[in-house]
Ligand binder design. Sequence first.
Ligand code: UN1
Length: 480
Amino acid sequence: MTMAFGNRIGAEWRAGVGTRPNINPSDTTDVVGVFAQGTAADVADAVAAARAAFPGWSHSGPMDRHGILMRAAAEVTARAEELATLLAREEGKTLTEARGEVGRAAHILAFFAAEAVRLTGETGPSIRPGVTVEVTREPVGVIGIITPWNFPIAIPAWKIAPALAYGNCVVFKPADLVPACAWALVDILVRAGLPEGVLNLVMGPGRSVGQAIVTARGIDAVTFTGSVATGRGIAAACVAGQPMRKVQLEMGGKNPLLVLDDADLDVAVRAALDGAFFQTGQRCTASSRLIVTEGIHDRFVATLTEAMEGLTVGHALDPSTRVGPVADAAQLAIDLAYIDKGRTEGARLVAGGELLNRPTPGHYLSPALFTEATNAMAIAREEIFGPVACVIRVRDYDEGLATANDTDFGLSAGICTTSLKHATHFRRNAEAGMVMVNLPTAGVDPHVPFGGRKGSSHGPREQGSHAREFYTTVKTGYVG
Ligand code: UN1
């Protein structure tokens, strides 16, 4: 009989109303673990525990918070191989990709450990003689954190670490599909010395547990990464709630990679290959629209399709695998439906898009590339979240930039060119939160702001020192 991993509420690990098996997408006979399913009542208890812990934690010394986050960073680093294997098993990204993600989680914990001791305020003269004005930052309160399945440890780390560093308490719900790394991270932080109630974990589906977090009295702010539709609903609930909650949303992307005639072909193909297909294309920063000017178009497509032959699809833990399986059956069905739609709309499937059999039963799909796509097609407008990219042919830079910006999203935008003029113009005029020159649109650093514009993001940026905009609230003091 396997013991289920419990929810963390206050000082205890607690069983849920039921359990859910965490299935390995590389081998659906492999159960990674059995995890508790929480309820709205568990969320209410978690919020109460967090509220009770808040007065103490919000006044704790910055060195204490620094120490806890540093100890957690050290444990994540020491257990990197074990955690990377767990991550690859539960989510399906390759072991190499999973190692990178675990390393990133450790960097994030270390970065925010330092931020805890770096927080300062400002003092200045008032316009009234003899009066001083001071601007300080205080923790927001209890933060509801809801994370997606595609980065099972990095995204929880980049939301939980700043929340704790700045003195907030947390009620955390990881994606139902990938609770194992989330559970491990919470366990590590709790044992690193967090007082009881500061960090609470309630696992379960969005429609019950997520909904309860967003609407619970006693939640002061919600940070969410996931789909636009869910994000909109969360924002509406946050404004309707009492108290009105602060909200931070990271949602989809339909990120363009513009390849110009003067690009270094190898650089462009490497950027497209990584951006579109690594991590099975399951990144909101994925390069799903490859916008290519006429002069290089045919050479780019030929070289990219040839390079795609080297993308061995297989079990995430097999060292020869370059692209792991799709995360679950539901996402695979979405990917296949878009591949059908692309064909029906008149784009040409020039590589991949086929279900593959491997020695173990899993959700294996060969990376798919469409050419002759237009920017009006569904495959160019809607986020697919799979290993599917399309090539859109354009005349020149101006048409390329206009096409890149013609989207409901605005997370990341890339250009491959050797022209300083075009690179500079693109950096200034791409309507995106992040711009990449001669690099994939995906793959970001932990110490600088992350986020986008338009339908991709709402609210203050995540990561880097900018994270404090969401996780703290400003107080202006007048001293006479
Ligand atoms: C990256 O490109 O390295 O869900 C990070 C996502 C993003 C993170 C992408 N929030 O894909």
